[in-house]
Design a protein. Structure first.
Length: 314
């Protein structure tokens, strides 16, 4: 087999799909190839196979959004996104799976390891995989949706755990992280829904027997997008609550500082006044004047506290 071919399976016209082991077998119809998009030999092979230049550019583009492009009457190109479950990667750093379909074969390619592709291959090895290349595409869509579901389920549990009245800095940071993750997922999953909708609306003849299955996967993806939108709205509510709690704390602290300043303002005025070191100050000749003065300050302070309570400032 060519070095750039990662997986090769005969799917159509056989009772049990089997892995292809030689290039000669590629002459048969109804097979699936999964290729390494980063290999320079892959581009040359596409050219040798007569793949149109614009389609080759779409298959090899470094960064593209999900989209559907019909090629001729019964062929199409589909660019899909899936969550990145590779070690050291973030799930929302979504990887691409490009797909080129014709009634004779399906070619998929990616540059990173795809767990959805691996799950599809494992199903074929167990004899539980699809029996046609159209069914294989439906199963690939199902695997991509399942992997996305597995990523957003923990986010739901996290959001439900935030029904609290106090938030630590670590919690606020984690909430912000989950918010960004959901926004990045939505960035690609919404156009992916449009791409699958376009595939369903174009009614490819060879997909007539799979229209219900295709509609099911489109509904599943739409449910995922709606769920993500709901989670984003919930996080915005949580952020508003955090902002409100922070505002309450700030207002309470400002209020207390204002009360303290109000209490000490007249006391500070009196102590400043009696601190003038010039003749004529009352009580200078009286040895008990200092104690009388302290008692007066205490009385004034208590009266202010009483007054603030009556005015419901405290």
């Amino acid at each position: 087999m060519h070095d750039f071919i990662v997986e090769a399976w005969q799917v159509d016209d056989v009772e049990n799909p089997f892995a292809l082991t030689s290039n000669q077998q590629l002459a048969d119809r109804g097979y699936w190839l999964h290729c390494n998009r980063g290999s320079p030999l892959f581009e040359q092979w596409l050219t040798d196979e007569g793949v149109d230049e614009s389609v080759r550019a779409s298959l090899l583009a470094s960064d593209t959004r999900p989209r559907f492009q019909q090629i001729g009457k019964n062929s199409f190109f589909l660019n899909l996104r899936g969550v990145n479950l590779n070690k050291g990667k973030e799930p929302d750093d979504m990887l691409t799976v490009r797909l080129l379909y014709s009634p004779q074969r399906v070619i998929t390619c990616s540059q990173q390891r795809s767990r959805a592709i691996e799950s599809l291959v494992n199903a074929l090895k167990r004899g539980e995989g699809p029996q046609s290349i159209e069914g294989l595409i439906i199963e690939l869509l199902s695997q991509l949706n399942d992997k996305i579901d597995s990523v957003i389920e923990p986010i739901e549990a996290f959001i439900e755990s935030q029904d609290i009245d106090t938030f630590s800095k670590e919690q606020v940071s984690e909430i912000s992280l989950q918010h960004r993750k959901l926004l990045r997922l939505n960035r690609f999953l919404k156009p992916q829904g449009y791409a699958l909708s376009a595939l369903a609306k174009n009614q490819i003849i060879t997909f007539e027997a799979h229209q219900v299955s295709l509609a099911t996967q489109l509904d599943t993806l739409q449910r995922i997008v709606d769920t993500i939108d709901f989670f984003i709205a919930q996080i915005e509510v949580i952020n508003n609550r955090i902002a409100h709690l922070n505002s309450e704390v700030m207002n309470r602290n400002t209020y207390l500082l204002s009360i303290i300043a109000g209490v000490f303002l007249p006391l500070g005025f009196l102590t400043g006044l009696f601190g003038i070191n010039i003749g004529g100050m009352p009580g200078v000749e009286n040895s008990s004047a200092f104690y009388w003065f302290c008692g007066a300050l205490t009385g004034i302070g208590l009266f202010e506290v009483y007054l603030f309570r009556r005015l419901k400032f405290l």
